[in-house]
Design a protein around this ligand. Sequence first.
Ligand SMILES: [Zn+2]
Ligand SMILES: [Zn+2]
Ligand SMILES: [Zn+2]
Length: 221
Amino acid sequence: MASTEPAETPPPILVDETRVSDELICGICLSIPTDIPVMTPCEHIFCRDCLEQAMKLNKCCPNDRRPISSTDVIPLEKGKLLWRMWANIQVKCGNCGVGCPWKGTIVNHKEHTEYCLRVILANNKYDLLANECKKLKKECHLLAAKNAELKEEKDAECSKLKKECNLLAAENAHLKAKTSTFKKFKKERRQLVEEIEKLKEEKKTLKNSLSLLIGAREKNK
Ligand SMILES: [Zn+2]
Ligand SMILES: [Zn+2]
Ligand SMILES: [Zn+2]
């Protein structure tokens, strides 16, 4: 199977740097080659990719500047001493920081990354979702609390308004009653005034009759 997106594959981490021979370190990237290293005729070891890139600019060994051609560059022969020295380097998975416990020889690392990345990515996805879920749950709780608070506030406001409303209604009824009493008094007053007028009229008539009667009596004397 072709490797999955090599850019996402973190390089392995040496278990014990002191036990790795300097001869096996690529003179270009200063790391241990993760794939089978290549060797120049001058017996310098590099990562295949590093040396290919370097030779595009300069057809010489980056370590000692000896001219070389790409046909002179060969991968370490499997099983030979240098290959065994390289292949047996103990490394940890580059994803150890995010939970991958894999440890092994560098020769087995590449195969592991194909398996590891998938697990890690799947785990990360799961973690991401779990985190999202946690966040949403928290938000939900907060919103529920806020909602309850608002409801309480609203209820309090509502009952306050209801009370006020009742008071106003009572006052209104009182005022209405007062108004009708006032109207009644007004009507009664009008009636009394009319009656007084009437009585005044009567009094005038009686006064006239009385003066007429007095006049007639004086005549008869
Ligand atoms: Zn390199
Ligand atoms: Zn060289
Ligand atoms: Zn791993």
